[in-house]
Structure formats: structure tokens, C-alpha cells
Design a protein around this ligand. Structure first.
Ligand SMILES: [Zn+2]
Length: 55
């Protein structure tokens, strides 16, 4: 198993403003990770929208 991404092929970096997704450099294999990252980002955006709606 990849030690960097734990077979998820995506690395999640937590920052002060939220999480940022990067393709794993160890598992990089073309552009096939893009849909995965886009889906994760959409989930993140949806989560933020839900939080903002409560403010
Ligand atoms: Zn990896």
C-alpha cells in the first residue's frame, strides 16, 4: 500500500481554510485521478455551503 495516500491516490492537506486535495505523486498515473479529486472537492464545497447556511 502506498504510504503517502494509503491507496486512496489522493492526498488531503488540511489548511486553515479547509482541506485541499492533491493527486498522490507516488500513484500518479495520468489524468484519471481528476474525477476523484473533483468529486472530493464538490463534497467539500457542499459541506462548506451547509455550514455557511447556518450562519
Ligand atoms: Zn499514493
Amino acid at each position: 500500500m502506498c504510504k503517502l495516500c494509503h491507496a486512496k491516490k489522493v492526498i488531503v492537506e488540511h489548511t486553515g481554510i479547509g482541506a485541499v486535495f492533491h493527486p498522490c505523486p507516488n500513484c500518479r498515473s495520468g489524468n484519471d485521478l481528476t474525477p476523484v479529486i473533483q468529486r472530493l472537492e464538490q463534497m467539500l464545497t457542499a459541506g462548506k455551503a451547509g455550514l455557511n447556511a447556518r450562519d
